[in-house]
Every structure is written in structure tokens, then in C-alpha cells.
Write a protein that binds this ligand. Structure first.
Ligand code: SAM
Length: 307
């Protein structure tokens, strides 16, 4: 169905989410149009997330840690017994995880949703170049209200995209994931969350607000609201893994990547440095200041199964 009805789906998928509670200064689409190409400095494959470190891996090899995060997500989808799994990437960016799964699981049929038209175009070109355009599709749509057919997917995941959903419990995204999964289907969310409500100081609270503004996020998910919401919606087997230390080696790359970016793209780059691009430089620098052990932000992988 994914391949045949693709054009119909593309037209049907809903429009961007409703206006933000606390309106970010620029919209998500504009932010990714301006800052999106800069993710090349982080990952040559356009993995727009942190990496997963496994003992014995080379902590200097950032791309392999980013790729390992994709592998960890696939493992938790538990697809071993499904001949042709149908998978959904909720907030797929430029589709790096989709292409990674396509390489790992050749029979899989993959669909990615993003709100950003620029990413749809770019992802299509990258899928084509990777030779997986037949099996991997990226469409513009809203993961809180997608108009995709219910109970149609064996697995769904959201990597560093759930933070953009509305509310501290991210309820609309979770409800939509539940609607789209078949019974027994698995859902994996990887993202930053607030593990408590307390900031150590007003300054830290302000840094958190600035971080949200930089990444055009209304508010990060609140762990103690997110997991009860999963349960309430009918998910079971809910597991929360705290990955703060797993992602630390890739987070440690931020100063070096930032410096290199400043020296190359900023000093001698051809594209004008806009506010969105500066914000994308600033946000990863602010992140450790509000994250454990200094602050309430933590990084988690949350898995659940639809009953
Ligand atoms: C930081 S990127 C992560 C991309 C990708 N998951 C990865 O790890 O490479 C966040 C993505 O979430 C998407 N997104 C945010 N809100 C969305 C929504 N309501 N519906 C669909 N996609 C959304 C953005 O368009 C963007 O592609």
C-alpha cells in the first residue's frame, strides 16, 4: 500500500500542527530550511541525533555511534518474526534512520513523516542516491494528525522528534502512534526529557528556555507525564532506559564540531549566517548546562507495545 498509494497519501496527510502554546520566534519549517544543511557538519549521513556508545566502540568515530543509535532502535522494534515489516518514522528529518533500516532489513517497507517540505525533497534525493527509493518514502505530514490508515504498521519510532509534539506528555503524538500501530506493534521514542521539574537556579531555567527557543521547541517531554500517558492510551511493556552516559561520548564531540563549523562554514562559508543557524550552533552548547548531572534534562529511550 505504501508504494501504490503514495501520491494519494502525500496529498491527504494533514497540515502542520496548531500554533504553539508559547510561540517560538521562527517556525519549525523555516528553522530547518535555514539550519538543516548545517547538520552535514554533524553527520555525513545526516543522522540528526546523538550517538549510542557501546563498550569497545571507538568514541572518536561519531558516525558509527550515530549509526549505532539506529541499530538500537531497530533491535527494540523486535521485528525478527515479521517477513516484511512496515515501519513508520515519526519526524524523520532527512531519513538517515530510514536508510539505515533499509540496509539492515531489506524486506522492510518504510515511511517517514516530516513537517518540512525541504526535508522531503532532500530525503528523496538521498534515498535515490542510496538505491532504496523503492522501499523508503518520505512525505510531508503531521505526526500528531497524519491521516495515514489506522493499525497499519508493525513498528513506529520517533528519534529526537517527539520533543516537538505539543504538551509535556506529548499526548497527541502518542495517541497517533497508537492509532497507526497494529495490535502488538512496537513503539520506540528516543529523546531528551525533563526528569524533574526543578532547575537548580533561575539562570538554569533561563538557559532551558533559550535552548527551547534555539531549537524551536515549545517544551520538552516530562517523563512522569509521558509514561503514564502511554499506559493510559493502551500501551504495555513500557520500558524507560536512561541513556545519558551512552550518549555522552557523542555529546563530547560538540565543542570540536562547533569549532570546525565556525572556522569553515562561518568564516569562509558561502551561506549567510542567519539567526536560526546561530541558534543551531548555540543549542548544543547550552544542552549540557541543563542536563544531568547539572540539571533536570535527561536522555531516554522509551519502548512500548500496543496491546
Ligand atoms: C531533530 S530532527 C530528527 C530527525 C531524525 N529523526 C533523525 O534522528 O535524524 C526532528 C524532526 O522532527 C520533525 N517534526 C517535528 N514536528 C513534527 C510533526 N508535528 N510532524 C512530523 N514531523 C515533525 C521535523 O520536521 C524534523 O524532521
Amino acid at each position: 500500500m505504501i508504494t501504490e498509494d503514495f501520491d494519494v497519501l502525500e496529498a491527504a496527510v494533514a497540515q502542520p500542527a496548531a500554533a504553539a502554546q508559547v510561540a517560538p520566534r521562527i517556525g519549525l519549517e523555516q528553522y530547518y530550511i535555514e539550519a538543516g544543511p548545517d547538520y552535514a557538519a554533524w553527520s555525513r549521513e545526516f543522522n540528526m541525533h546523538f550517538g549510542y556508545y557501546r563498550a569497545g566502540a571507538n568514541p572518536l568515530n561519531r558516525e558509527s555511534m550515530l549509526e549505532q543509535m539506529n541499530a538500537e532502535v531497530v533491535a527494540r522494534l523486535q521485528l525478527e518474526d515479521i517477513a516484511e515489516p512496515r515501519l513508520l518514522d515519526l519526524g524523520c528529518g532527512l531519513g538517515a534512520t530510514l536508510r539505515s533500516i533499509a540496509r539492515r532489513l531489506p524486506p522492510a517497507r518504510l515511511l517517514g513523516l516530516t513537517r518540512v517540505p525541504w526535508q522531503v525533497e532532500r530525503a528523496a534525493a538521498l534515498n535515490h542516491a542510496a538505491g532504496c527509493a523503492e522501499r523508503v518514502h518520505v512525505i510531508q505530514g503531521d505526526y500528531e494528525d497524519s491521516a495515514l490508515p489506522r493499525s497499519s504498521y508493525d513498528g513506529a519510532y520517533a528519534i529526537e522528534s517527539s520533543c516537538y509534539a505539543h504538551g509535556a506528555d506529548k499526548g497527541a503524538l502518542l495517541a497517533e502512534a497508537h492509532r497507526l500501530l497494529r495490535p502488538g506493534g512496537r513503539f520506540v521514542v528516543v529523546d531528551g526529557f525533563l526528569a524533574g521539574r526543578r532547575f537548580s537556579s533561575r539562570l538554569q531555567q533561563r538557559i532551558y528556555s533559550k535552548l527551547c527557543e534555539c531549537w524551536v521547541i515549545e517544551e520538552f517531554g516530562q517523563l512522569d507525564l509521558f509514561t503514564p500517558r502511554l499506559e493510559q492510551l493502551g500501551f504495555t511493556d513500557i520500558t524507560v532506559e536512561h541513556l545519558q552516559w551512552r550518549v555522552a561520548p557523542s555529546v563530547a564531540h560538540i565543542p570540536w564540531v562547533t569549532l570546525k563549523f565556525l572556522l569553515t562554514d562561518v568564516v569562509s562559508g558561502k551561506r549567510k549566517m542567519t539567526r536560526a543557524r546561530w541558534n543551531n550552533v548555540l543549542a548544543p552548547v547550552l544542552l549540557p548546562l541543563v542536563s544531568a548531572p547539572l540539571g533536570p534534562m535527561t536522555y531516554c529511550m522509551i519502548t512500548a507495545t500496543k496491546r
